[in-house]
Design a protein around this ligand. Sequence first.
Ligand code: TRP
Length: 350
Amino acid sequence: MDRTGTEPHGPAGPTASAERRPRVFSGVQPSGDLHLGTYLGALRPWTERQDARENVFCVVDLHAITVPEAIDPARLRDKCREVAALYLACGIDPDRSTVFVQSHVREHAELAWLLNCTTPLGWLYRMTQFKSKSEGRDSVSVGLLDYPVLQAADILLYDTDLVPVGEDQVQHVELTRDIAGRFNRLFGDTFRLPKAEIPKSGARVMGFDDPEVKMSKSLARERDRHAVPLLADEKRIKKTVMSAVTDSGREFRPEHAGPGVRNLLGVHASLTGDAVDELAERFAGGGYGDLKKAVLGAILDALGPIQERYRELADDPAELDAILAKGAERARTTAAETMARASAAIGVGA
Ligand code: TRP
């Protein structure tokens, strides 16, 4: 038996994989507002490779309840639909990609249990995200510690090859490999070992108020000049972009461009397809206001059609429900196969 776990087999195993396209799984939590950084760093690159890959995109609501103090049940449901609708509005095509909500496919929680039983507790205590999220709290839920095991279940259920994630999630994908490898060693080859896929550095959007840090949902909650939410109105976007941190001095000098200016150029380039050097030349010698106005224009042009498609979906809840039901059904087919294989390997299940 191949015990490396890289080529799992078994009756329902992913043996047909030799010919299939690389399978991709990724997820976004339905908490906070999706912003320009999520679009340029995740959603847009996902849409661009829809034909080259088999994509599974999930709204991970079970991960969003690991901090129980933050749960607002009605809001959670709305946010799930919002994230799903934004996936679609940004160009993820439900006919070519599987789009669904994590809690609609029970196998995620079910596989997480099996993996809980084979994962040493020490591995979880080492996760930097757990350390930072639990820091300073009197009490944290078991779920917060267990979060990466659920993430491993998400990934492993679909025999995933690639997991496109930001730098901050690489440790969780590495852990997923360890969890899968250990299960395979203990109970025979069951899971395929995935790899993280990190976006090019150019795809990284930094905070407009603080270009040293990546644009993030959690910082956006505290500071309204940090991020551009994908669903923000023009006034709000203008306020954020026009107050973006640039360099001192009045005039844009490309040779001295600091992180704020480089971020603005990067966002413009990423949205319009113009080269950064060419943009730098175009705005050289002018005021920062001109550069910001151009960036604002590029953002509004890009978000306009996305917001329009979003509104159409938001106005037709039945359509969105149908898409998510179909997505869950499709996801379940693969998830149930993997679940049956893992259950059989460990000796549970009918
Ligand atoms: N933990 C991820 C994040 O916060 C979200 C996530 C959950 C995820 N399950 C996943 C990402 C599986 C990739 C694959 O960004």
